[in-house]
Design a protein around this ligand. Structure first.
Ligand code: VAH
Length: 317
């Protein structure tokens, strides 16, 4: 029997690429995309779409019922920088959407749930280098607090009600198809656009700010891998660390300069510097490697090549 999937938040930075990836794997008609507003023409044209406000239980429940959904990928969230400007709304969105999906799963209406956490669950007291799976977690951002709380509820619903919910602590994600929205790691996407368009970039983080990062294709591969893993292999039901690469603005700028020698960068740290300073510099993802054979493919060099190659084409259209 083929799997029917609902993606909530399908038009966001991860959701828009995850939708296309899952449609490739499961078939276009098996993957229902949903968001609070319509997405790009390619996404809308490639399979079923529903307008769903992730904060409204009835809208989520109706989409699950109408399409007889087996699996839900809940990708709707307000990210770190924007959440600091809208704490109450960010909490409501990030938490209520999760409760709606977990409760539908508890009622047996959904068989399997994917919910993204983030390295933002770590805080200024967390060991910053090669941050372990289990360690001190005192997040100091609204986004990080919501993700840490969400992890606790995922583990609780699994333990108490047998809900098959699986989660990954994504690092900063870098992609070229959808401009990012409201994240602190977004500089690592903006820089490629500006390098091609203006040959210069003013970075809102200081030059030596190392953060855990990952090319989007690796993040999508990890998402599919954890969801397709046999349940008994998914031993951690809070959320798995996911590593990838770690670099500073100075290092990504130097890599870009090997392609665009005239590229220049300067630095004007803003409120997002304090957020970045509270996060790890690099992540230990041994648990994901051991439990469900995770291994990232892209490093800074190969990611920069693919970003510049694809953006050069998409920006020329
Ligand atoms: C953000 N891109 O910057 C997200 C991510 C680790 C960072 O969660 O808020």
């Amino acid at each position: 029997m083929s799997t029917k999937i609902l993606i909530i938040g399908a038009c966001g930075q991860i959701g828009s690429e995850l939708t296309m990836k899952l449609r490739e794997i499961y078939g276009n008609d098996q993957v229902v995309a949903s968001d609070i507003r319509e997405g790009k023409p390619e996404l809308m044209a490639s399979g079923p779409f529903e307008i769903v406000n992730a904060m409204e239980f009835e809208q989520v429940a109706q989409a699950v019922e109408k399409h007889q959904i087996d699996e839900v990928y809940l990708m709707a969230a307000m990210l770190s920088a924007t959440a600091e400007k809208n704490p109450a709304f960010a909490w409501d969105l990030n938490m209520n959407s999760l409760f709606h999906v977990l409760n539908l799963a508890k009622e047996g209406k959904i068989k399997k749930v994917f919910w993204p956490s983030s390295i933002a669950v770590f805080g200024p007291t967390t060991p910053r280098i090669n941050t372990p799976q289990y360690t001190v977690m005192e997040p100091s951002t609204v986004y990080g607090i919501s993700k840490q709380t969400g992890e606790r509820w995922c583990e609780y619903y699994h333990a108490k009600f047998g809900v098959d919910v699986r989660s990954i602590r994504y690092p900063g994600l870098i992609s070229w198809t959808t401009p990012p929205g409201g994240g602190t790691t977004d500089y690592a996407v903006d820089i490629y656009y500006k390098a091609l368009e203006d040959k210069k970039y003013t970075c809102f983080l200081a030059e030596n700010t190392a953060l855990p990062m990952m090319y989007m294709d690796d993040a999508l591969a990890a998402t599919v891998a954890i969801m397709q893993a046999p349940a008994e292999k998914v031993k951690i039901r809070s959320s798995y660390n996911l590593g990838g690469i770690s670099f500073t603005p100075a290092e990504i700028a130097a890599e870009i300069k090997t392609h665009i020698p005239e590229f220049t960068i300067d630095y004007a740290p803003d409120f997002r510097q304090a957020i970045a300073d509270s996060w790890p510099a690099s992540i230990d993802d041994t648990a994901a490697q051991t439990d469900w054979n995770w291994k990232h493919q892209y490093d800074l060099k190969s990611m920069t090549q693919v970003m510049l190659d694809n953006l050069a084409i998409s920006l020329s259209k």
